[in-house]
Design a protein around this ligand. Structure first.
Ligand SMILES: [Zn+2]
Length: 120
């Protein structure tokens, strides 16, 4: 259930940003999520909805951008998408591969409403 801890961290982070921006309301939170994190967006949305009741994030929408697992060959520097955990370079067949994408998990941006309009 690491989604719960992630959601808590995310809410803290968004709250900090929103306060700095003088936001009245958070409209959207854009997250970048690597495939390898095993992160379940629906779980996060579920926790998020419960944990933000009565806050400026209450009606915020979460969007998830998924980053595929990506490797870079140490022999020929080719970058490629790793499918079914096949860590072999498609170009030179080397198995000396460095992970360059897929472990990401961060808040890319948030969209806030700064003025007026308290919403419906
Ligand atoms: Zn290669």
């Amino acid at each position: 259930m690491h989604e719960l801890a992630i959601t808590q961290d995310m809410i803290e982070l968004v709250r900090e940003h929103a306060e700095k921006a003088g936001a009245r309301k958070v409209g959207r939170i854009n997250l970048v999520v690597g495939e390898l994190t095993g992160f379940v967006g629906e779980c996060v949305q579920f926790y998020f909805d419960h944990m933000t009741k009565g806050t400026i994030m209450e009606d915020a929408e979460l969007t998830f951008k998924t980053i595929p697992t990506t490797g870079r060959c140490r022999e020929c520097s080719k970058e490629f998408e790793v499918k079914e955990m096949d860590w072999t370079c498609p170009s030179c067949k080397s198995s000396s591969i460095e992970l360059v994408g897929g472990n990401e998990l961060f808040v890319e941006s948030i969209e806030v409403e700064e003025h007026g309009n308290k919403g419906s």
